[in-house]
Design a protein around this ligand. Structure first.
Ligand code: CFM
Length: 534
């Protein structure tokens, strides 16, 4: 049966209205059809088991939470804090000031009486108490659903606390119900960083200055990327936000170039920095050694410095010599295998490179909450229609900062380089996928099982919510969110660790003790032929 028919068959199990909805979120790539459209960043059909998270998760959990020298207070019932505490592996080590509060969980623990009579005074007390104990460099307040429902003015509390405590305090109205997924929370967090943090620093910084945007140091990825960039001779001002800090982010406006790793979660900051300070951004992918090399060469080309270019080539040579044998060994064990990827957003695209470098072909890939530009490329942005859900998320506009605005490249040079590298552009995941592969948005548990059954991948890369479902079906599952407590997977050394972990999963003798359901009861496949088919 053709792949398209299998997809159709899967969708036909739904009630008609749901089928119509889900049809727009999935397709088989076929370049002969020209630009294929996908529906994304829209509401999940109620009742469907989605993997998505909420707005608060995207704001506090993903973008704001990793900033280590700040105290992040969650205003809400304890469940929201407990669930978001320590579940994401954004590692951090304290800088010279010794401030790293990521192991703590700060919550106002709202009770029924706070819901009825208001929780502002409790929030104020929490801010004061946290400041007294920890003396953080700055503080944030994240709102959970009830805060928006009862109307506590968290922003007024933040202003009062800032005046009283003498440190930056800002609040975010990132109630969980806003928008359709955690994506709205990324946007709110990005806006806050622009309004309250970036641009406040006055340090003198020299060298080839870059920021790494959309890198969250999961399993130490940011440290591996930082190691490589240090070795070449770059000055990394700040990482947003993995192992990041308020203190370093204040000076982010001084960079000559912003590197964008995760486009989905941080492209708002990248754009606003370009408008306000003139800093161009380059889409990079440090997952996979070939993509790392490509990113490093593009960076060298951007700076156009001979010494830097020579050092870049030298580092690439050294690093590749170090990993070559091991990569070959694991590649021999993985060659010819297939994978099915489903992650929040960027990683479903980024990991296809690394997988292909170790001989694994991607059959299908999907995002939980990405927008159409992450699939179809930024060229689609003007065509994306706004709806009630995304209108709910504030869109701030920034203006040129005359004092700090600078252009590293002449406009002519910028335009020239734009043709040679993804400068200020992202082409999206579809662009890099082969014909005959499946793209899917907001995959749910029913579709996960169906697709594993008909694609029969050797490897399923997703998260803990569906990991064990795949295992029970006899398919190796690798968590691309938490890395199954391993990592780093970025850069050169990370590629080896990933290859080792995947090879171990594929070759473990455990699988010989499991019989997948399709081996127990073979699926009969046939095609209806002739005119009497229906
Ligand atoms: Fe960006 Fe991320 Fe991702 Fe993301 Fe996430 Fe994550 Fe992710 Mo989990 S910021 S979009 S909201 S790369 S936590 S580090 S792994 S879903 S694919």
């Amino acid at each position: 049966m053709a792949l398209e028919d299998k997809v159709k068959g899967m969708l036909e199990e739904y009630p008609a209205k749901t089928m119509k909805n889900r049809r727009k979120h999935i397709f088989v790539k076929d370049s002969l059809l020209g630009d294929q459209e996908i529906e994304a960043d829209t509401r999940t059909v109620p009742g469907i088991m989605t993997n998505r998270g909420c707005c608060y998760a995207g704001c506090k959990g993903v973008v704001i939470g990793p900033l280590k020298d700040m105290v992040h207070i969650v205003h809400g019932p304890i469940g929201c804090s407990y669930y978001a505490w320590g579940t994401r592996r954004n590692k951090a080590e304290a800088d010279d000031d010794g401030k790293n509060y990521l192991n703590y969980c700060f919550s106002t623990d709202m009770q029924e009486s706070d819901i009825v009579f208001g929780g502002e005074s409790k929030l104020e007390k929490a801010c004061e108490e946290a400041f007294e104990i920890f003396k953080p460099n700055a503080m944030t307040i994240s709102s959970t659903c009830p805060v928006g429902l009862i109307g506590d003015d968290v922003h007024a509390v933040a202003r009062r606390m800032q005046a009283k405590l003498g440190i930056t305090v800002f609040a975010m109205s990132c109630e969980g119900y806003k928008g359709v997924s955690q994506s709205g929370g990324h946007h709110i967090a990005n806006n806050s960083l622009m309004q309250h943090v970036i641009g406040k620093g006055e340090k003198d910084i020299s060298g080839f200055k870059v920021n790494i945007l959309g890198e969250y140091n999961i399993g130490g990825d940011g440290w591996e990327i930082g190691r490589i960039l240090d070795k070449i001779g770059y000055t990394v001002i700040t990482i947003m936000t993995g192992d990041g800090s308020y203190e370093t982010m204040k000076d982010a406006h001084k960079a000559d170039l912003n590197l964008v790793q995760c486009h989905r979660s941080i492209n708002y900051v990248a754009n606003m920095l370009e408008t306000k300070y003139g800093t161009p951004w380059l889409k990079v992918n440090f997952i996979g050694f070939n993509s790392t090399i490509e990113a490093l060469r593009n960076m060298a080309k951007f700076f156009g410095n001979e010494e830097l270019t020579a050092k870049t080539e030298q580092v690439i040579k050294e690093e590749m010599a170090e990993i070559k044998d091991e990569i070959e060994k694991y590649r021999a064990q993985c060659e010819g295998k297939t994978a099915f990827l489903f992650v929040g957003a960027s990683r479903a695209h980024h990991y296809q490179n690394l997988l292909s470098e170790i001989g694994i072909e991607t059959l299908a890939a999907g995002y939980e909450f990405a927008h159409r530009d992450d699939y179809e490329g930024r060229k689609i942005i003007p065509k994306i229609k706004s709806n009630a859900d995304n209108k709910n998320i504030e869109n701030i506009t920034v203006e040129k900062d005359e004092k700090n605005y600078k252009l590293y490249l002449t406009p002519e040079k910028y335009e020239k380089l734009k043709e040679e590298m993804p400068l200020g552009d992202y082409k999206g995941m579809i662009h890099d996928m082969k014909d005959g592969t499946i793209l899917v948005d907001d995959l749910n548990h029913y579709e996960t099982e169906k697709m594993i059954k008909f694609l029969k991948p050797d490897l399923f890369c997703s998260g803990v919510k569906d990991k064990y479902v795949a295992h029970k079906m006899g398919v190796v599952a690798k968590q691309l969110h938490s890395y199954d407590y391993s990592g780093p997977y970025a850069g050169f050394k990370g590629a080896v660790i990933f290859a080792r972990d995947v090879a171990a999963g594929l070759t473990t003798p455990t699988w010989s003790y499991i019989t997948p359901p399709w081996d127990k009861s073979p699926i009969l496949e046939g095609e209806l032929g002739g005119e009497a088919a229906c």
